[in-house]
Design a protein around this ligand. Sequence first.
Ligand code: UDP
Ligand code: MG
Length: 350
Amino acid sequence: MKLIIKTCTVLPFAGGIKDGERERENLNSHNNQDSTHSTKLLSIVVPCYNEELVLDEFYTQTTAVIEQIQNDIMPNLEYEFVFVDDGSRDNTATKVRELNKKDERVHLVKFSRNFGKEAGILAGFKHAKGDMIVLMDADLQDPPHLIIEMVKSHADGYKIIYTKRKDRVGEGYVKSKFSEAFYEIFNRISGVKIESGVRDYRLMDKSVVAELLKMNEYHRFSKSMFAWVGFNKKCLEFDHEPRVAGQTSWSFWKLFNYAIEGFVSFSTAPLRFAFIIGFLVSLFAFVYGIYVILRTLIFGVSLSGWASTIVIISFLGGIQLIVLGVIGEYIARIYEQVKNRPHYIVEEEF
Ligand code: UDP
Ligand code: MG
């Protein structure tokens, strides 16, 4: 069992656990004040893309942890699994159907194609009916035993219990340097702060999830949305675990796009940066223009200067293209948003 170190911001919690707006089915209502004795539903939301090899093991390990919680801390804990099959090309959906035959608390939301993990998270949250919602990866890189600590902390009044990797061991040098640079820049330019190494793996109170569901942006960047909603949080740190089977679906190019998504969807700083560059370059061009005029007036016209002219033209051309590109990123997002398409299409759901 891994060592858990509790760190990070610990904010005082005022009042008990507030009732969220979302409807709940399947749940009887013991109105007991003591949260360890009242019936609580725990939803485990799992976005899956080509995870047929890991689902059995994931289910076995996670249910074992839930049973431990039922035996040791919360006898009235009920649970459900919401597996979102994000257009897998393998037999992920079949695996989930098999699990459902054994345990009807296993649910499936199957997309018509791959819509990306963010869409999977959204669909999982919409489907989940729990008082507590745990979001975790299928590949067991998010150690299930942390759920015990999460449930305890939720009973103590924390609304978000998130997790963070202690280090980036097992990640390539280039990938980890890029990640660090991303967090560094992101935290400087955006209104919300995200810590380096924070995972999506977390337990959230249903009231937090209700707030997340109100955010209807087309381009979702969950890491910063989780930070944006606020609430009192607790952080659990853990050691990196390798995938039990299968492959990561995050190529370098996908991660690069994800980083751009983060910058553009949570900050308008790139636009300001483009404006500042434009301003500095025009200032330089203005000063250089005065120098050229004075030189012509004093020394007369000369034919030299061809090289510097080409350099300046291409430099300015480059800057203009960059600035247009940055503006284009924002316009593209406005375009996607006003089209108002659904985030995903569900082919099968139970
Ligand atoms: N995932 C998904 N849709 C995608 C890519 C990934 O639902 O398009 C899921 C995947 O099945 C896993 C989680 O998101 O449960 C994290 O993916 P992965 O393990 O590939 O990422 P890593 O752990 O390498 O960051
Ligand atoms: Mg993984």
